[in-house]
Structures are given as structure tokens and as C-alpha cells.
Design a protein around this ligand. Structure first.
Ligand SMILES: Cc1cc2nc3c(=O)[nH]c(=O)nc-3n(C[C@H](O)[C@H](O)[C@H](O)COP(=O)(O)OP(=O)(O)OC[C@H]3O[C@@H](n4cnc5c(N)ncnc54)[C@H](O)[C@@H]3O)c2cc1C
Length: 354
């Protein structure tokens, strides 16, 4: 039997693609290396309403705002007015999405790590044939490597579950190159607090231990993972990448669920034309991802002194942040602040490069 699409990886991006394609009547098969979908969890599970509108299973908590802790210790409360984000259980979220795909006729092969894909006029994986191939196989994507779809950089991330006394409606983020060089640390409240950090430094465990010590917290079920920093070329005529495999994560926050799942929706809308999928995505969500990469580069050149000066800008513009803040489109609020303070913004950017 010839499938229309073979998808490698049953994470949120792969399951979303399978669901959307199967719904249109395409014969779709998904290969997943683990026996169970949604394990192991390498994610804080913090998502926006945009994600919940696509798939709303596994919600554990509603988040009204964030407390940002700057390098000099200043704490600023952002939001608080309404629900800005949700915390999800990734196991429930991912597996229920796969169930939607199965209900539309998508087939799943679990417990099968794909090691090689034979490419002829069709693709052959473990004796199964498909007309087209979709790599939804995460940051270390076999599909991207085998078909040489480009190299990207990564943040090293680590997270555990623990107890931490905090307001259940606010996430806490720690912006400091001493705590998490090149990124930030987080505490996301849910049934169990998700405590983690990401950094450009390879020695992520050392920073994590120091962070836990600073908090006076301990965690279990610790997992480490990679967060893409950069976008790959993600479409060829018969091969496409979605999600982390393509590098579709926000370099500002590391969030990848929205960008990856939206990619799968756009891919399914262009199921017969992968090149159109790429150009349509890059004309929409991809544009924002590029802005996030630029913002991350600027932030990382600023150092802790620069981050402390951002705290002042945040305080002065809290009204704009609360009005325009959107975790999936952070450039919107930056643009509004730049409109209000064009010279200050330019000076801050220029400082980062001088
Ligand atoms: C510590 C951490 C915290 C994060 N927190 C958040 C957050 O709060 N919010 C957010 O939006 N994002 C977060 N992210 C990012 C988010 O987890 C990813 O963007 C998201 O999981 C990407 O989904 P995906 O489907 O592309 O890939 P994945 O979720 O990685 O799924 C890929 C799947 O492919 C399978 N696979 C891989 N290779 C093969 C193979 N050869 N054969 C068969 N199967 C294979 C894997 O087993 C896996 O199931 C976080 C990431 C990390 C590391």
C-alpha cells in the first residue's frame, strides 16, 4: 500500500500534521520511536490562547501574568488583568492530538525509531511506502540530517518538577547571564512547579544546580533537551520539516508549540505544494520567528547591564506591554514601545553593538 504522507515523529507538530492531512482524506502514517505518545516531557507546557484554539486538551492551570526578575534583583509584575497563557500536561495534550488524527484515519507505528529513509520516486521506511515525507522529528531531526536541510544552533535546556511557594497565577522568569547565560530561567506553576532554564552554555547542569540552590528548591524527573536557535530550509518538492525539526521556535522565549503546530496547519493547507507551504509560513509566522532571532541576538549582546536598563523601559511602558503583549508575537509590543520611544530604543540597540 502506498501512503500519501509518511510523518516521522508524534510530537505536537507531527500529530497536528497527521490530523489535518487525514481530515482531508490523505492516507497518512506516523512513526514514533517511543511506545507511548507525549513521553518523555521536555517542556514547561506554557502556551498561549492561539495554541488552545488549535487543541484544548490537558489544561492544568491558567496564567494571568509574569514576574520578571532582572539581574540587579528588580522584580516587575507584567499582566495580572486576565488569562494570558495556559499550562498544559504535554502527555495528555500530545496523546489526545494523536487520537484526533487516528479518528480521522491516520495510522501510527509506535516504538519504531526510524534510522534510515530510502528515497526513490517514493519514500520507503521499514518497508512502508509513501509519496511524500514529513520530518516532525524534533531538534535533532533525522530527516533534516539525512536530506541535508541545513544546520542550526541550539540552546541547551533543562527542567525538573518540584515544590516552590509562589502565586499560582504567575510565572516567574529570571533574566540574568549569571543564572542562564544567553537565555533565562523559569518557574511555571501547575500541579507541580516546573523549574528550568536554558542557556547557550553547554554546562547546563552546573547552572541548573546553582539556580536550584539560589531558590532553595529541589526537583525530580529532570530532563534535558535542545531548543532550536535558527530556522532551517524546511521544504523541498517532496520533503518538508515541521516544528523543532525545522527550527520553528521563538528564540526569545524558546516556545515552539504555537509555531510548530501552526506550521502543520499551513503545511496541510498546501499539502500538494510543499514549496508553497514554506513561502506561506515565512510570510506569516516565520516572519515573527526571524524577528525573535534578531531580538535574541540584540538581547544577548546587551549583557546584564543592558537587561537592567530594559527593566526601566518595561516599567515605563507597562501599559503598552499589558495591552499589546502576546507571547507568540513579541515583536508587536516591541514595535509599540519603539513607536513611543524611537530614540531610546535606537540608543539601546546601538549600545548593544558598540
Ligand atoms: C526544557 C524545555 C521547555 C520548553 N518549554 C516550552 C513551553 O513552555 N512552551 C512551548 O511552547 N514550548 C516549549 N518548549 C519547546 C517545545 O517543547 C517544542 O517546541 C515542541 O515539543 C516541538 O514539538 P515537535 O513536535 O516539533 O517536536 P517534539 O516534541 O520533539 O517531538 C518529536 C517527536 O519525534 C520523535 N522522533 C524523533 N526522532 C525520531 C525517529 N528517528 N524515529 C521515530 N520517532 C522519532 C520523538 O520521540 C518525539 O516524540 C520547551 C523545550 C524544552 C527543551
Amino acid at each position: 500500500m502506498m501512503f500519501d504522507f509518511a510523518i516521522i515523529g508524534a510530537g505536537p507538530a507531527g500529530n497536528m500534521a497527521a490530523w489535518q492531512l487525514a481530515k482531508q482524506g490523505y492516507k497518512t502514517i506516523v512513526f514514533e520511536e517511543h511506545n507511548s505518545i507525549g513521553f518523555p516531557v521536555r517542556c514547561a507546557g506554557l502556551v498561549s490562547e492561539h495554541v488552545i484554539k488549535m487543541h484544548d486538551e490537558g489544561i492544568l492551570n491558567e496564567i494571568k501574568g509574569a514576574i520578571a526578575v532582572f539581574p540587579d534583583g528588580k522584580e516587575i509584575v507584567i499582566g495580572g488583568d486576565r488569562t494570558h497563557a495556559f499550562v498544559i500536561d504535554r502527555h495528555i495534550f500530545d496523546s489526545s492530538l494523536a487520537e484526533k488524527a487516528m479518528a480521522e484515519g491516520a495510522e501510527y507505528i509506535l516504538g519504531k525509531k526510524v534510522k534510515k529513509i530510502i528515497a526513490r520516486e517514493f519514500f520507503e521506511i521499514e518497508g512502508i511506502k509513501a509519496r511524500r515525507l514529513i520530518g516532525a522529528d524534533g531538534p535533532k531531526s533525522l530527516v533534516a540530517r539525512q536530506f541535508k536541510m541545513g544546520e542550526i544552533a541550539f540552546f541547551n535546556a533543562i527542567q525538573g518538577y518540584g515544590k516552590y511557594e509562589m502565586d499560582e497565577e504567575f510565572v516567574k522568569i529570571f533574566l540574568s547571564n549569571e543564572i542562564a547565560p544567553g537565555f533565562f530561567a523559569w518557574i511555571v506553576p501547575a500541579d507541580k512547579a516546573r523549574i528550568g532554564l536554558a542557556t547557550l552554555n553547554k554546562n547546563v547542569r552546573k547552572y541548573f544546580n546553582a539556580f536550584l540552590k539560589k531558590l532553595g528548591a529541589s526537583t525530580n524527573e529532570i530532563t534535558a533537551g535542545l531548543i532550536p536557535f535558527g530556522l532551517r530550509k524546511f521544504a523541498r518538492k517532496r520533503i518538508a520539516l515541521v516544528g523543532d525539526a525545522a527550527g520553528q521556535t521563538k528564540a526569545t522565549s524558546g516556545g515552539g508549540l504555537y509555531a510548530g503546530m501552526k506550521a502543520s496547519v499551513i503545511l496541510a493547507e498546501n499539502a500538494e505544494d510543499f514549496l508553497e507551504y514554506e513561502s506561506s509560513y515565512m510570510g506569516s509566522v516565520g516572519k515573527e520567528l526571524r524577528k525573535c532571532i534578531l531580538m535574541r541576538k540584540i538581547l544577548n549582546r546587551m549583557g546584564d547591564k543592558g537587561l537592567n536598563s530594559i527593566a526601566v523601559i518595561v516599567e515605563e511602558n507597562i501599559d503598552l506591554i499589558n495591552k499589546y503583549g502576546d507571547i507568540d508575537y513579541p515583536s508587536i509590543v516591541v514595535k509599540e514601545i519603539a513607536k513611543r520611544h524611537p530614540f531610546k530604543t535606537l540608543a539601546a540597540i546601538a549600545k548593544a553593538f558598540i
